[in-house]
Design a binder for this molecule. Structure first.
Ligand code: FMN
Length: 197
């Protein structure tokens, strides 16, 4: 690559990184990514740094026709946490499962049989995979956001997604067309979080 090409790639990469922002799943509508775009988003995850080449995470897509199962799990998890939960709270938990046209759960694989790398390295790899997906979706013109919440740590979610004892549900990634955008947040400057030894 010539230095002019490098400059162009750098400008595009930094613009992409800095213009990405979290979009709440409730602000993501149709159309979502098509099959080819989904493949590209998932493939971007596979480009994450991966010490030991273990792919220490996996992705589980929740297609529209299976969202009702997620809705049930969210409600059951809520009731287990709070047996006084109101109908409105249950309805809110249920609705969360239907937000955003494309939804995928990111699962960290922490089982020792997978290889010698420390769990911390695996979580970092998973985080990088998430960021790759967010940036790929953003580059396609979609909005994307992460969601977690207490249900993520529930037995109901573990069961639904078939998580083994040493797997951990990290977050959901939602992708779709932005229906309403929020003002970008002010991000910290490098001097806020960096120092010199
Ligand atoms: C692992 C993880 C889980 C998240 N879960 C939620 C969530 O449940 N709800 C939410 O509103 N934002 C969630 N976020 C998104 C953050 O709120 C968002 O990244 C933050 O506000 C900074 O905004 P930005 O991404 O636009 O810079 C999550 C982020 C991460 C890294």
């Amino acid at each position: 690559m010539s230095s002019a090409d490098h400059q162009e790639v750098l400008d595009a990469a930094l613009t992409l990184i800095h213009s990405r922002q979290h979009v709440s799943p409730r602000r993501l509508g149709d159309p979502g990514p098509d099959a080819q775009q989904i493949e590209a988003i998932l493939t971007a995850a596979g480009a994450a740094p991966d010490h030991g080449l273990l792919t220490p995470w996996r992705l589980v897509i929740v297609p529209p026709e299976r969202r009702h199962l997620l809705a049930e799990a969210f409600v059951e998890a809520l009731v287990e946490r709070d047996d006084q939960a109101t109908e409105a709270q249950k309805q809110d938990a249920r609705e969360k499962a239907f937000r955003g046209p494309f939804l995928v759960l990111v699962v960290a694989r922490l089982e020792s049989e997978l290889g010698p790398t420390h769990p911390q390295e695996r979580l970092i790899s998973a985080g990088c995979a998430v960021q790759n997906m967010l940036l790929a979706a953003h580059a396609m013109g979609f909005g994307a956001g992460l969601s977690s919440g207490q249900a993520l740590y529930s037995q109901q979610i573990r069961r639904l997604f078939g998580l083994s004892g040493e797997e951990r549900a990290l977050c959901f990634v939602s992708v779709g067309t932005v229906t309403k955008r929020k003002a970008p947040r002010t991000r910290p400057s490098a001097s806020d979080y960096s120092s010199t030894l």
